[in-house]
Design a protein around this ligand. Structure first.
Ligand code: ATP
Ligand code: MG
Length: 370
């Protein structure tokens, strides 16, 4: 999947700008507040129908402009297609076009341009609590596996209902009769969730370890391990077997759930640990190591997306170079050889030898002299 070009009109700080991309590495250098992240935001918007820094379309329209338009030509699945979106100030709804034909819904544009984004906020995936890491898994798997998305939705619904029954056990003891049904459904959907996550993590770990090794000239080994319900001896076992283990856990925690009025059994607390040379990144990772691991995970995510769909998403790396030493910076700028990559950085003397370098200044993008 390749982005051929992009025109931004009235988008953020861009008045009217066209960029022609290299099929490999595209490095955008510029000082702070010049429009580098705005450019990645535009690509993301075309890819996903939403910007990553705001939910409000009005913020994307250039101050004083009536509308913003983004238009890109994309080469994917052996053909060239164009994507266009127009957003309006005021209440008028946005318009979407695929190869010139107006489309009623965002889903009509799905899959034309896929992106994997790394932005500095992603570092919290490794440093903060388990919820962030579960979200990373769930986002990726919901895109790739419809059965997983359905199981997760049902699990969350049952979890909320069971939690409410437990909370209100004194005022409404009659509702406790519903618990066996919730437990049964949560063990069934929980088994699908656990086995799917475990298999994904195993593949993600393999690929991320390869990238992290290349990134660090094999000085560091990256390892991921999935942590789920304690009775589940092997999360990659059959869903039937995992179901039995979940039922076992539910039974042994039934009294504690009633006593604490909380749902204590199931994969809603799952996590995965990321370790470098056997030390937890969350606890011991340096800034550079954490950043390297986060980028390796994104590269791995892109590999798995490609393995499952046949197309490699465009990789968007926002502000990745800071905190990385010279060798690791060189890896990012010159060595991510597969597929198309858009990288932004504030180091204005940086150039890539594996693609095209652009300068970004006050909403103007120029190809830097080679
Ligand atoms: P940094 O290196 O600090 O991350 P950047 O080059 O990534 O900088 P951007 O986040 O792309 O900078 O933003 C550049 C500028 O765009 C900001 O100064 C902001 O004021 C401006 N901007 C944001 N939204 C709009 C808008 N709707 N209209 C006009 N300008 C805007
Ligand atoms: Mg930025």
């Amino acid at each position: 999947m390749k982005l051929l070009d992009l025109r931004l009109t009235g988008f953020r700080n861009y008045e009217d700008q066209t960029v022609e991309f290299d099929p490999g590495i595209n490095l955008f250098v510029g000082q702070n507040a010049q429009g580098k992240t705005n450019l990645l935001e535009a690509v993301c918007y075309l890819s996903r129908g939403a910007a990553f820094r705001t939910r409000k379309e009005a913020e994307l329209i250039r101050f004083g402009s009536e509308f913003a338009a983004l238009e890109a030509r994309v080469f994917s699945y052996d053909r060239e297609q164009s994507l266009k979106t127009v957003m309006f100030a005021g209440r008028r709804p946005r318009q979407l076009f695929l190869s010139g034909v107006k489309k009623p819904s965002r889903e009509d544009l799905d899959g034309v341009l896929n992106t994997v984004l790394f932005c500095p906020e992603d570092l919290s995936v490794l440093k903060k609590g388990a919820a962030e890491r579960r979200k990373l898994l769930d986002d990726a798997l919901c895109q790739l596996r419809p059965r997983y998305a359905r199981a997760l939705e049902e699990y969350r619904r049952n979890y909320a209902q069971k939690s409410a029954v437990l909370r209100e056990r004194d005022e409404h003891p009659e509702l406790l009769d519903l618990l066996p049904e919730y437990n049964e459904r949560m063990a069934q959907t929980g088994a699908i969730i656990i086995t799917t996550r475990a298999k994904y993590i195993r593949r993600l770990a393999e690929r991320a370890a390869v990238h992290h090794g290349a990134f660090t000239a094999d000085r560091e080994q990256l390892r991921l391990s999935y942590q789920t319900v304690s009775t589940v001896q092997d999360p990659t076992a059959s869903a039937r077997q995992v179901y039995d283990w979940l039922r076992e856990h539910q039974e042994s925690h039934a009294r504690a759930e009633l006593a604490s009025a909380q749902c204590l059994s199931g994969p809603h607390k799952d996590d995965f640990e990321v370790a470098i040379n056997e030390l937890s990144v969350k606890t011991y990772g340096s800034q550079g190591q954490t950043r390297t691991a986060a980028i390796s995970l994104k590269l791995a995510e892109r590999d798995l997306f490609e393995a499952d769909t046949g197309e490699q998403p465009v990789l968007l790396l926002d502000d990745v170079l800071s905190e990385l030493d010279a060798g690791r910076q060189d890896f990012v700028v010159n060595c991510i050889r597969s597929g198309q990559v858009l990288i932004t950085c504030c180091e204005t003397d940086r150039v890539t030898h594996a693609g095209r370098t652009f300068s970004v200044e006050g909403g103007i993008i120029r190809t830097a002299e080679p």
